[in-house]
Design a protein around this ligand. Sequence first.
Ligand code: GDP
Length: 303
Amino acid sequence: IAKKEKIGLKEKLATLILEREIIIDEGKLEKVLPELEMILLESDVAFEVVDEISKRLKERLVGRRKGIGESLSSLVLKELKEILREILSKNYFDFDEFVEKKLEEKKPLHIIFVGVNGTGKTTTIAKLAYRLLKSGKSVVLAAGDTFRAGAIEQLEEHGKKLGVRVIKHKPGADPAAVIYDAIKHAESKGIDVVLSDTAGRMHTKKNLIDQLEKIKRVTNPDLTIFVDESLAGNDAVERARMFNEAIGIDGSILTKIDADPKGGCAISISYVTEKPILFVGTGQNYEDLVKFDPDWLIKRIFE
Ligand code: GDP
């Protein structure tokens, strides 16, 4: 009997050890992944990006040992949140600190805004001007979208409301020349920051890319900010990629987050550009611009 009990104990121990050392394989992951992928897709993260995130999850988890009592789904969720945090924090910098530091080195500081029309780019420029004015900086705006009818007037209206000068040429003029003039104006008047608008659309994509490349070459911006709206869904990937390749983006601003309960677009944009989301737009007023916090978004997606 003693021998029999001993064998029984041995078997129990063996299964215990096996349970303690459950190795995660692809089959086990496939059981929990679809549900998490669905959450990301429903939060408006682009298909392509969800695929890439899934791949990353598999790379990190397949072959890993799962402790006894540890649930696979909570382990995968923890790792997924970590991956999202990494994507959203890549190349992070604080905008206000950047401005302060840069202004110690040079003046004016030159910031360019790129992105398609209608996403809130002009409003965002005005919001950032407001923020800079509030922190005691002087600002000039450059009407660098000379293509879209009404773009110059729209910027001028904001300029009037904010009490800041708008440097403009005629519609159809060379935007690089407009922005160059704005920088010269700021230099002569001792103005701290030049905020430059650019076209969001032209006759062809190539025209737009050529124009942005020229602006970059001629005016040498200190910071290039991509603006898109949180409702852009899968389109955000293509746009972010296009502008990033044309001019090189340092960070993005995601507008209209107040009109979208999801916000997953931030993940798509950060993934494609490998640059942080600096601010989110939370409304139509000048104060409606808040610093982006990756953990806030991750919570919003999963809770
Ligand atoms: P642009 O063509 O990209 O320059 O876009 P505009 O700046 O003209 O903005 C388009 C519309 O979006 C305007 O009606 C803005 O008031 C609105 N808008 C911009 N940012 C936000 C935001 O963060 N939230 C909301 N709800 N509306 C915004």
